[in-house]
Design a protein around this ligand. Structure first.
Ligand SMILES: NC(=O)c1ccc[n+]([C@@H]2O[C@H](COP(=O)([O-])OP(=O)(O)OC[C@H]3O[C@@H](n4cnc5c(N)ncnc54)[C@H](O)[C@@H]3O)[C@@H](O)[C@H]2O)c1
Length: 335
């Protein structure tokens, strides 16, 4: 199968190329390489590499693929706020345009990297039918894309929206600005697991490689199972309170002490527990290959191997926001 993956040189994307190629698929990647030079390990290359802005993809570059997996984005809430126009342009407008091109050029399937952040702060267990509560431009860009692309769904064009839980875990393109990786990196870099909240907020978590495996499963699923569906991607057992994540980190780094913020300095008010029942119904054979415990154990081992320390924690290599702040100008000129 011929697959076009955008954002294929990102944290999740490098796993996705590897998973697809291991399954025998032919991969074209499109990435503007915002994080060039940030890799900490070599990674599997796509068969064809388009080094360009996804907003400039041409129909002839999209035609001929059997599936588009669209991951390229300004990829989290704080980054989305740096330049709202750019976030709307890349995350929403380009995603809608790419779906349009895919449909017009006869690509039958379009899988969009959406996010559980569309749920914002909510009580109880949330499923896909509930109200959405986007707290950020990033989250809103995901909802707007789902809605606009939904209008294009037809018998021969199947979009689906993977509402991914928050990723964590090892990747050759590591990022440590996401909660579980961040707590582990702080423990190793500073000897303390300093939380910026009281530790009570809930988050659904998923290993980044399991997101990649989910994309592959969505590509292989029967059309009827996923047609124009928003589906939460994660596991019912993988909803955690941030303090539970800290406990897992402390298990791996016992000398690190956990501290809670007295007055919450957390500028991320999200808290939600998510149901993944629809995923189990749509893709009954799909199983997560990691739990938080096994995923963090693996990342911890790799960090020790690499000698991860305070300079890594404070440098630019693994923190998307810092790197992006310096490189965004390049993209913004064409926003
Ligand atoms: N990491 C998470 O916790 C998480 C959770 C839910 C959803 N997602 C979504 O999954 C996708 C991938 O996330 P990630 O963690 O791998 O992010 P990432 O920042 O590591 O990777 C994004 C990739 O997209 C590329 N990119 C950005 N703008 C581009 C443009 N205009 N043209 C071409 N390439 C561009 C970047 O160079 C980068 O390689 C994103 O859409 C993100 O919103 C991520």
């Amino acid at each position: 199968v011929k697959v076009l993956v955008t954002g294929h040189r990102g944290y999740i994307g490098v796993h996705l190329v590897d998973v697809l190629k291991a399954a025998g698929h032919e991969v074209t990647g499109c990435d503007v390489r915002l994080f060039e030079g940030c890799e900490w390990e070599p990674f599997t290359q796509a068969d064809h590499d388009l080094h360009k802005d996804v907003r400039e993809l041409e129909p002839q570059e999209v035609a001929g693929h059997d599936c588009v997996m669209h991951l390229a984005a300004i990829s989290n809430d704080p980054m989305g706020d740096i330049n709202p126009d750019l976030t709307a342009s890349v995350n929403r407008d380009a995603s809608i345009r790419l779906a349009q091109i895919a449909k017009e050029t006869g690509v039958p399937r379009y899988l969009f990297a959406s996010s559980c952040s569309v749920y914002g702060k909510r009580d109880g267990l949330i499923d896909e039918s509930g109200d959405l509560n986007p707290l950020t431009i990033y989250a809103k860009s995901k909802i707007d894309t789902e809605a606009a692309v939904g209008e294009m769904a037809s018998d021969d064009f199947t979009p689906a929206y993977l509402r991914n839980a928050t990723a964590y875990g090892h990747s050759p393109m590591l990022r440590i600005d996401i909660v579980a990786n961040n707590l582990l990196a702080r423990a190793l870099g500073t000897g303390a697991i300093a939380m910026i909240s009281d530790g009570t907020p809930w988050r659904p978590l998923i290993h980044c490689r399991d997101i990649a495996r989910a994309f592959c499963a969505f590509m292989e699923a029967p059309q009827a199972a996923i047609h124009n569906q928003a589906i939460n991607v994660g596991g019912n057992q993988e909803n955690y309170q941030v303090k539970q994540v800290a406990d897992e980190v402390q298990r791996l780094v016992p000398e690190a002490s956990i501290t809670f913020a007295q007055d919450s300095r957390d500028d991320d008010p999200r808290s939600y527990r998510v149901s993944f029942d629809r995923l189990a119904q749509a893709l009954p054979d799909f199983r997560l290959s990691y739990t938080l415990a096994t995923g963090l154990e693996e990342l911890h081992a790799r960090m020790i191997e690499h000698g991860f320390d305070q300079s890594d924690l404070e440098g630019d290599q693994f923190v998307r926001l810092r790197t992006l702040g310096q490189r965004l100008g390049r993209l913004a000129q064409t926003a």
